[in-house]
Write a protein that binds this ligand. Structure first.
Ligand SMILES: NC(=O)c1ccc[n+]([C@@H]2O[C@H](COP(=O)([O-])OP(=O)(O)OC[C@H]3O[C@@H](n4cnc5c(N)ncnc54)[C@H](OP(=O)(O)O)[C@@H]3O)[C@@H](O)[C@H]2O)c1
Length: 310
């Protein structure tokens, strides 16, 4: 029983290997570049594995994504698609995302970017904003993270609408589904939160058509994946005022290059992919538990559907 760990940072890989060895003392755990017998490898714990890396392990039983998304695994064109992909999700991850979404929705709702800009000019301007009950927030994606964030926003008092692929029934949240429900969901939304997985159907979904459906002066928060956003469409919408401000946590290239114009756009708040980072001590426990359960039973609850893309 051998686990291979493949993470972009060498120190993180070492750390994860040690943690998994402590949690699974009967298993052999190696960083990917230290594997001498690829046929012995049965589980791969990965974040953005190199193209073709998984194919070299012919006896893989499962690939474990160190995170909720699996787009970084599916990006490998040579991925052995018959191997199940296990997502790493849990209450800590959900809690962190709820905090992030609440923080940034409230920030836009209470016009904090304008107040901060006023402070820089030593300008005293009292802005009266409507109460949350009169502010419509739309959450795209009602999975683990989206449903939890939508529920918290509802508890704060916002009028919350949600959108997913299949129809949901969530108390106090107006749910729309599928392509046919998208228009009704977007029309009149004032703060749009993206918590969709990145798939071929959702790539570029934050585009001019979407922005033009929102209430003029709306705000956009993308805490999902960078390629959900068409960057030039956002810049145009910000310039025209159709979108008043955006908070972006994720980017097609991370770290966001220093030369990227988003850094200096006063209408954009950038956070460095921190909305909901998995913390290694908790994450490794979830990963170890999932591997153990999969080995014993042949399944776990958090298996992604590679065909569906999430
Ligand atoms: N920024 C960060 O720090 C961070 C951290 C963790 C995760 N993320 C991102 O957040 C994403 C969501 O995570 P999750 O755990 O909530 O995912 P999830 O449980 O798989 O939920 C995905 C949701 O999106 C909906 N969806 C998928 N494709 C759709 C489509 N074409 N049209 C409409 N709705 C669609 C699904 O609909 P159904 O319910 O009908 O299937 C589901 O409600 C991850 O994939 C990852 O990219 C970011």
């Amino acid at each position: 029983m051998t686990i291979v760990v493949s993470l972009p940072a060498e120190d993180k890989t070492e750390w994860w290997c040690q943690m998994l060895r402590d949690l699974l003392p009967d298993w052999r755990v190696y960083p990917i570049d230290k594997v001498t017998d690829p046929d012995a490898v049965t589980y791969a714990v990965v974040w953005r594995p190199a193209t073709g890396a998984m194919r070299s392990f012919r006896n893989l039983k499962a690939i474990v994504s160190v995170g909720a998304g699996i787009d970084h695994v599916l990006a490998d064109e040579q991925l052995p698609l018959h191997v199940p992909i296990i997502r790493t999700v849990g209450t800590d991850l959900t809690q962190r995302m709820k905090e992030y979404v609440a923080l940034h929705v409230l920030r836009h709702h209470r016009e904090m970017p304008r107040i901060e800009a006023n402070q820089a000019r030593q300008q005293w301007e009292q802005i009266v904003v409507p109460p949350a009950t009169q502010r419509r927030v739309g959450v795209m994606g009602l999975g683990n993270l989206g449903a939890a964030a939508a529920d918290l926003l509802k508890q704060i008092g916002f009028e919350v609408h949600g959108w997913s692929r299949s129809q949901k029934q969530l108390q106090g949240i107006k749910c729309c589904a599928g392509d046919e429900g998208l228009r009704a969901f977007l029309d009149g939304t004032e703060i749009l939160v993206c918590l969709l997985p990145l798939t071929e159907s959702t790539r570029g979904i934050l585009n001019a058509d979407t922005f033009n459906r929102l209430k003029p002066g709306a705000s956009v928060i993308n805490a999902a994946r960078g390629p959900h956003l068409v960057e030039s469409d956002l810049v145009e919408a910000l310039d025209s005022g159709q979108i008043a401000g955006a908070t972006l946590d994720v980017f097609p290239v991370e770290p966001l290059p220093r030369s990227h114009p988003f850094w200096t756009n006063p209408k954009i708040t950038i956070t460095p992919h921190v909305a909901s980072l998995i913390d290694a001590p908790t994450g490794s426990k979830i990963v170890a538990r999932n591997i153990k359960t999969f080995e014993e039973t042949g399944t776990v609850t958090d298996i992604a559907d590679a065909k569906r893309g999430y």
